[in-house]
Design a binder for this molecule. Structure first.
Ligand SMILES: *[C@@H]1O[C@H](CO)[C@@H](O)[C@H](O)[C@H]1NC(C)=O
Ligand SMILES: *[C@@H]1O[C@H](CO)[C@@H](O)[C@H](O)[C@H]1NC(C)=O
Ligand SMILES: *[C@@H]1O[C@H](CO)[C@@H](O)[C@H](O)[C@H]1NC(C)=O
Ligand SMILES: *[C@@H]1O[C@H](CO)[C@@H](O)[C@H](O)[C@H]1NC(C)=O
Ligand SMILES: *[C@@H]1O[C@H](CO)[C@@H](O)[C@H](O)[C@H]1NC(C)=O
Ligand SMILES: *[C@@H]1O[C@H](CO)[C@@H](O)[C@H](O)[C@H]1NC(C)=O
Ligand SMILES: *[C@@H]1O[C@H](CO)[C@@H](O)[C@H](O)[C@H]1NC(C)=O
Ligand SMILES: *[C@@H]1O[C@H](CO)[C@@H](O)[C@H](O)[C@H]1NC(C)=O
Ligand SMILES: *[C@@H]1O[C@H](CO)[C@@H](O)[C@H](O)[C@H]1NC(C)=O
Ligand SMILES: *[C@@H]1O[C@H](CO)[C@@H](O)[C@H](O)[C@H]1NC(C)=O
Length: 399
């Protein structure tokens, strides 16, 4: 009998321990991979650089390095290069880089250490007049804003982030901004949608602020192009995500991936949740769904011409492009807030996957644990009572 009680008690402890362990694991994520991150503006530049800011971020791992390059010349571009040594460097021939007409002016050396590279170019902003509020982006388009023609500010650098804002030369008010964040280790973004990141990824938050729409019913699309030499980002996968306190009522995560074939490992990715926000300091009602088109091969010459970094680094390229459209039928039009923000993660290797958040684990622990503990305590009480009664009965004849 005592053995049974012991088993019960240890059972309760094992279950409580498991729940506690799950809780702690979800708090600390078990992702202990770290990189040492340093930032450098205009590497190797001595002379004047005509307002061009080239940011180089080195993220050094145990035996590898991730180089991030971000530039204010042409369409906003983020280039990622992964090498298998911790000593690889960037070399720029500034004369050629500024001329923007030859490849090879931006190099990662030693070139034999390069394992994989990919770049994301934010090429165009499309605007259409959604007269009938159908949010069907097939007609009513205005001429697109070519982001390569925008006037871009110098990069504003702060701890692990770089901010780039620009506007069309002719527009009087408003801007489009790109904020790049890099990470020493895994974690979550500070602002909604609180994307999960690893040390192998970077985050780009894009927002439109105060730009005047060309119609009262205007909605926007952002055109992205992904560039790679060998294995382009050619397909978009959808995964279920968990509805938790980080992104309430968003159940999907999309990842635009590069993989040599469908069963091999992912080499590079762009990942996002299908949600945009209508306020700079959003609450739940300011969330707005977004959709994307299928990736299509793009013209490589036009691509290289639009971005200084792409022209300088790649000699041959395979660009794929897609559009992300913001808002569904019935959602408020852009003119209501004149603000729109959207966030993506860009990285190498496997994209991060969501697991249950601490809050969800706690709720599960309370929800599942309490009845379990009650049942076990009840069982124990019945056992003990039975035992007391048995022992009373055994001792009775002696009395
Ligand atoms: C890094 O490389 C060195 C030699 O190049 C090797 O001895 C070491 O085991 C490697 N470390 C890891 C973590 O791969
Ligand atoms: C940059 O390239 C030009 C043309 O190829 C060359 O003349 C020049 O020496 C190079 N500059 C450096 C610093 O390598
Ligand atoms: C690049 O542009 C410069 C002037 O900006 C010109 O002198 C040079 O011939 C061009 N090179 C190529 C390869 O087009
Ligand atoms: C890095 O990768 C290249 C090409 O994949 C290979 O030739 C080289 O030996 C590798 N170097 C190290 C230190 O692993
Ligand atoms: C809007 O609806 C009207 C009437 O239903 C139709 O004639 C028109 O073509 C529609 N416009 C667009 C842009 O879909
Ligand atoms: C740079 O960004 C910080 C906040 O990130 C902002 O306070 C500051 O005004 C910005 N500087 C310029 C020159 O835009
Ligand atoms: C952007 O500016 C260019 C000239 O700098 C102008 O031709 C074009 O119409 C402007 N685009 C929009 C959408 O205002
Ligand atoms: C990041 O990449 C390195 C090198 O490819 C790998 O060893 C590490 O496990 C990755 N970390 C995460 C969190 O994906
Ligand atoms: C847009 O809305 C404003 C105010 O609601 C109105 O005055 C204006 O005429 C509208 N413009 C168009 C093109 O419908
Ligand atoms: C984005 O949408 C516009 C307008 O429909 C279209 O012309 C363009 O080709 C699309 N871009 C991509 C990469 O699909």
């Amino acid at each position: 009998m005592a053995a049974a009680v012991k088993t019960l008690i240890s059972g309760v402890f094992v279950i409580l321990f498991c729940l506690l362990f799950g809780f702690c694991q979800s708090l600390f994520r078990g992702d202990t991979f770290k990189r040492q991150v340093t930032m450098e503006l205009n590497p190797g530049s001595t002379g004047p650089h005509l307002g061009v800011n080239l940011l180089h971020i080195r993220a050094v791992g145990r035996n590898d390095t991730l180089h991030f390059l971000f530039c204010n010349q042409g369409a906003p571009t983020l280039l990622l290069v992964h090498t298998n040594v911790s000593s690889s460097i960037v070399t720029v021939n500034w004369t050629l880089f500024l001329a923007r007409n030859t490849s090879g002016s931006l190099k990662i050396e030693p070139e034999s250490s390069v394992l994989y590279s990919t770049a994301v170019v934010f090429s165009r902003l499309w605007e259409y007049n959604d007269l009938n509020d159908t949010a069907d982006p097939t007609s009513g388009f205005f001429p697109p804003y070519e982001l390569q023609d925008f006037i871009w500010s110098p990069l504003n650098l702060s701890d692990m982030t770089a901010l780039l804002c620009g506007a069309n030369a002719t527009s009087i008010s408003g801007s489009i901004c790109f904020q790049l964040s890099v990470f020493e280790m895994g974690g979550r973004g500070l602002s909604w949608p609180h994307l999960l990141h690893t040390a192998n990824s970077s985050q780009v938050k894009v927002w439109l602020d105060g730009m005047l729409p060309r119609a009262n019913n205007s909605r926007f699309l952002l055109e992205l192009q992904a560039v790679s030499e060998s294995y382009p980002l050619s397909r978009v996968e959808v995964h279920q995500s968990i509805d938790d306190e980080y992104t309430p009522s968003v159940f999907k995560v999309f990842q635009w991936v590069s993989a040599p074939n469908s069963i091999s490992d992912i080499l590079g990715f762009v990942q996002w949740k299908p949600v945009a926000y209508r306020h700079s300091n959003p609450s739940l009602e300011d969330a707005m769904p977004c959709r994307h088109s299928d990736p299509h091969p793009q013209n490589s010459e036009a691509m290289a011409a639009s971005s200084g970094v792409i022209r300088a680094f790649y000699s041959q390229l395979k660009p794929f492009g897609l559009n992300v459209s913001f808002g569904l039928a019935g959602d408020p039009f852009y003119i209501n807030t004149k603000f729109l923000s959207w966030t993506v993660l860009v990285g190498i290797g496997s994209p991060p996957t969501d697991s249950f958040s601490p809050v969800v684990i706690t709720i599960m622990a309370i929800g599942l644990g309490t009845p379990l503990v009650l049942v076990l305590l009840g069982g124990m009480w019945v056992c003990m009572r039975k035992r007391t009664m048995e022992s009373t009965m055994t001792y009775e004849p002696i009395n």
